[in-house]
Design a protein around this ligand. Structure first.
Ligand code: F6P
Length: 547
């Protein structure tokens, strides 16, 4: 990053933003009929519209100059070239290779990795086909009807999100996901399953994560108790980069699917971590999913900055977070099958960009990644939209919707869904003035005293920014493209923040302390050395557990 140039452009951007205030999006639209065309981009059926944010043409120019000063293009090219851009871990970052076609070339340490990538994909496809066709049977000879994926974080959120998103394409076994170390999770999932027809996938990049290893041991006991120790081989598969550790667990090598340390956990659903998705929808649709992501990779790699969808999303994200100072963003898919997308994006975005140290070890000088949260619409409208419209904080919203649902006989419901999605972004942008609120009430015959008393409560400030993302239909291809868009947007923002998006040291301390506290919670060690609060809480819990 060219820090001097970056600081100079950022100062210009701040000055410009100050002149734009107070923002008035209503008049921006009224005076500029070309606003939507100017501030929207298309890639085939995908459209992103950021015209309902406070940027203007000059802001976009300055943001693009900021991207240049932050070396976004050079850093992007370094990622695609397999350079070790994850500097703190000394690793390449090549999830883009996982969705590239056969014949593509991606090198790590001078070696083309594409053969390895497609070998694993082919082995996954053969295994998925055997399970889906009933050829790979359980130990008692029954076909597999249910698959339980045991993993957490990137080894859970991606496959769980995508499996739900692609429900209309399911034609394989039923999929279940266990992540939490809370025994309630695995208990409740296994309670409804028959061990004789269940396949367990243990998914862990490191094969050391305590939650996953604990749940895997519980699942193994469940299989052994019902079917005997010899049944384990027929009922388990594993996905990991730590093949030696998988061997120790006792899973046969033909049921182990590897990936590589150049795939970050939260970027791993394109690797063998996506096996549950493939089991649910089949190898061909899984390849469509990869193709969608690859289409976005090609766009990201080649489109000029101001026509590049992930770049623009990143620039607008930076505008909101750093220039405007908004601390959060909400992602609201108007698509019930994207219910797990916000949770998935929380890891992708917050584990990547929730950092306060620059890539070269200094302290960041401006805010970094925002709080990311959300729920599907229309449900959110009846929960937290009150705060989005009238709360004291401005929270930019990202709306996602498809033109078509998968239920032709319920088309009227899809139209209602879309009308709600568009109405919310319009309401956030336009708001309602006191005068309009008063007029509406008077037109309905409300008496003047009541109008005076309640009209102020009916005022919406408006000028609340949103981005809308539309596509034709949520299918394997468009889902892959959407996820890759968000991945690259996180990358662009990280470059602008000057941080490394690909490590996650912030998850370590809690893990270390949990390990130290386990014997204390178990009563095998006293709490000496813990702070008074932690010791008091342990005491209280143990007291309650004993009564
Ligand atoms: O929460 C930290 C983390 O390392 C994530 O980055 C990762 O996705 C998750 O734990 C699970 O790790 P693993 O796949 O190694 O079990």
């Amino acid at each position: 990053m060219n820090r001097t140039a970056f600081s100079r452009v950022l100062a210009e951007l701040d000055t410009h933003a100050a002149h734009l205030a107070p923002e008035d999006l209503r008049s921006a639209f009224a005076t500029d009929p070309g606003r939507f065309a100017r501030f929207s981009l298309r890639l085939d059926d995908l459209l992103i519209d950021w015209s309902k944010t406070s940027v203007d043409a000059r802001a976009m120019d300055l943001l693009a100059r900021l991207a240049k000063a932050a070396d976004v293009e050079a850093r992007r090219d370094a990622m695609f070239a397999g350079d070790p851009i994850n500097a703190t871990e000394g690793r390449a970052v090549l999830h883009v290779a996982l969705r590239a076609p056969r014949g593509a070339r991606f090198e790590v340490d001078g070696r083309n990795v594409m053969q390895d990538v497609h070998d694993v994909l082919d082995r996954m496809a053969a295994f998925a086909q055997a399970v889906r066709s009933g050829e790979a049977k359980g130990a008692t000879g029954k076909p597999i009807t249910d698959v339980v994926n045991i993993g957490i974080g990137g080894s859970d959120l991606g496959p769980a999100m995508a499996t739900l998103a692609l429900a209309p394409y399911h034609d394989g076994p039923r999929l279940h996901f266990v992540s939490n170390v809370d025994g309630a999770h695995i208990h409740d999932v296994l309670a409804n399953l028959d061990p004789a027809t269940t396949l367990v996938i243990v998914a862990s990049k490191t094969f050391t994560t305590i939650e996953t290893m604990t749940n895997a041991a519980t699942a193994r006991r469940w299989i052994e108790a019902a079917l005997g120790g010899d049944a384990v081989g027929a009922h388990f598969a594993a996905v990991s980069t730590a093949l030696d550790k998988v061997g120790e667990f006792g899973i046969a090598s033909e049921r182990v699917f590897g990936f590589w340390d150049w795939v970050g956990g939260r970027y791993s659903l394109w690797s063998a971590i996506g096996l549950p998705i493939m089991l649910a929808v089949g190898a061909e649709r899984f390849r469509d999913f990869l193709s969608g992501a690859h289409a976005m990779d090609e766009h990201f790699r080649s489109a000029p900055l101001n026509e590049n969808i992930p770049v623009v999303m990143g620039l607008v994200g930076f505008w909101h977070r750093v220039v405007r100072g908004y601390p959060a963003r909400a992602v609201i898919p108007y698509d019930q099958r994207l219910a797990r997308l916000p949770a998935y994006l929380q890891q992708l975005d917050m584990e990547s960009n929730g950092k306060s140290v620059t890539i070269d070890g200094g302290s960041v000088r401006s805010p970094t990644g925002p709080l990311v949260w959300g729920e599907p619409g229309t449900n959110g409208q009846h929960a937290f939209f009150q705060l989005l419209h009238q709360g004291s904080d401005v929270i930019p919203v990202e709306f996602i919707a498809a033109a078509l649902g998968h239920e032709p006989d319920l088309r009227h419901q899809h139209e209602l869904l879309l009308a709600n999605c568009l109405a919310q972004s319009e309401a956030l942008m336009k708001g309602r003035t006191l005068e309009e609120a008063r007029e509406q009430m008077l037109a309905k015959g409300t008496d003047a005293a009541k109008v005076d008393a309640t009209a102020p409560h009916r005022v919406f400030p408006g000028n609340r920014p949103s981005i809308t993302i539309l596509h034709r239909q949520l299918d394997p291809f468009s889902l892959g493209r959407l996820i890759a868009l968000y991945e690259h947007r996180v990358f662009v923002e990280a470059q602008l923040f000057g941080i490394n998006a690909f490590d996650q040291w912030g998850v370590e301390l809690g893990k270390e302390l949990a390990t130290a506290l386990l014997p204390v919670v178990q009563g095998r060690k006293d709490a000496a050395g813990s702070d008074a609060s932690t010791a008091g809480l342990v005491d209280h819990l143990r007291g309650l557990a004993e009564t």
